[in-house]
Design a protein around this ligand. Sequence first.
Ligand code: LMR
Length: 401
Amino acid sequence: MFATLQPTAGDPLLALMTAFKADSRSDKIDLGVGVYKDEEGHTPILASVKTAEAYLLETQDTKTYIGPAGAPALGKAIEQLLFPTIYTTSQQLLADNRVATAQTPGGTGALRVGADFIHRALPKAKIWVSNPTWANHYNIFESAGLEVGDYRYYDAANQSLDFAGMLASLQTVPAGDVVLLHACCHNPTGLDLNAEQWHQVGALLQERGIMPFIDSAYLGFAEGLEEDAKGINILAEYCADMLIACSCSKNFGLYNERIGALTVVAANKRDAQAAFSQISYCIRGNYSMPPNHGAAIVSTIINSSELRQQWQQELAAMRSRILSMRQQFTQKLAECGAQRDFGFIAEQRGMFSFSGLNPAQVTQLQTDDAIYIVGSGRINVAGMTSSNLDRLCQAIVRVLD
Ligand code: LMR
């Protein structure tokens, strides 16, 4: 039956992960997949997570199903993170019951359920993603039957945000379509909108009748938990309907627990409930119900003032280590004699930067120096440590020559 079937090309990022694992060179450096690493090059389990798990081990008394939309406590915890009290207008959304959240297996699960929901509820809608975007966005949306277009975002010549290009592209998106935006720490460029730019995008989407679908995979990794939610909250001032896919992989370090959530914001309570029931229907027809463990950890942390404070400190420590590595990397490249100005890397936010390295240079770094970088030149800054920085910068300067 499968005799004519050809293997797929596979996801290059997953292939890079496999190649890194298989590499026996002891000084190998992983700047590929978006996973946080500490100064020892290790992806730690947060202490707040460990405490929550110990508590759950003691107190959990059932493993029964939690229903397609998951645990209501998780939904409420996620809504607190997306709509912090400093954004007063958003508080009204919550008070008016215009927001509903379904738990999903990771942020990818949220994106896929959101895509299934769009396909079902808005069958004519096309989805528009930034150019470039996280490569898997295409796979997720096309697998759900959506047509995907792109809008301008990155000015490669100046290694900066092409905001004028972005606005010009969005002006051509038809009413009723959906635009995917990254809440913060844009993957792969590390270039985010400022508050004024979010206002302009919000006004444009509102005027043209376009719905935002916000991918929030790195909340807390750019400026801070509340600051990183500003785009979401500014858009909520303009757009009555929104979808938000949220991941707890990075900010809680819960990668393999697969915990995320899909939040819908609607014009009123009736619409929110209708959308939520359609979302639950999509989930039931897909994986039926989400797993519980990651959700129980996240809601335990958010609902305990002590654990929440500890988690926020741990998140702040991850954020500042990445920021510091950005600065050290820029400085070290200059010290190693780089002819190019890499100052833009210190200005970008989150785990990723577009280094400007081309595919041949990326391959050379992997072959000669066991340095693993995505073919597009995207580097995961969180994979740098004080001890691998010298070797890394020397190798980069060598391939740039
Ligand atoms: C990444 O872009 O590296 C992460 O989001 C991990 C993944 O699944 O691709």
